[in-house]
Design a protein around this ligand. Structure first.
Ligand code: ADP
Ligand code: MG
Length: 141
């Protein structure tokens, strides 16, 4: 499973009409999109997805933001997908994100930072399964 990761185009990016540009960035960076879906998370879904952050001071802000509007969830495939996608999106805080990364280009703040990326193979597998049944993951080669 080391060739898969999970991504979200977050509500700020969808609202700002950056979905297409970010999708294009994903393809140009060499990822295969195994599945993608536009959803609006419930607060309970956002709380479940970000459960590891439940004790963090920004948990309420984060889960309200993530359930505030449409977002796009994606299962991505590439060699070493988890680190490759983290490199493509850049640091959590857009001010610290490298030039040319998605967060540098599209994020507006540390909270509203345009995209999500899994932080480990184990979490990638869990996060993909949170939103996609195996039957919806379609190899594109
Ligand atoms: P990442 O998304 O880069 O893996 P974290 O897992 O640490 O970052 O945090 C999850 C999400 O919580 C971040 O992407 C961001 O939306 C939000 N977040 C993180 N730190 C803060 C903060 N200090 N203030 C507000 N929101 C934050
Ligand atoms: Mg994280």
């Amino acid at each position: 499973m080391t060739n898969r990761t999970f991504a979200i185009i977050k509500p700020d990016a969808v609202k700002n009409n950056n979905t297409g540009l970010i999708f294009d960035h994903i393809l140009k960076a060499g990822f295969n999109v195994l599945s993608a879906r536009l959803i609006k998370m419930t607060l309970a879904q956002a709380e479940g997805f970000y459960g590891v952050h439940a004790e963090r001071p920004f948990f309420g802000e984060l889960t309200e933001f993530m359930s505030s509007g449409q977002c796009m969830v994606l299962a991505l495939e590439k060699d070493n997908a988890v680190p490759a996608w983290r490199e493509t999106i850049g640091a959590t805080n857009p001010e610290e994100a490298a030039e040319g990364t998605i967060r540098r280009l599209f994020a507006t703040s540390i909270g509203e930072n345009a995209v999500h990326g899994s932080d480990s193979d184990e979490n990638a597998q869990k996060e993909i399964a949170f939103f996609f049944p195996d039957t919806e993951l379609i190899a594109n080669n």
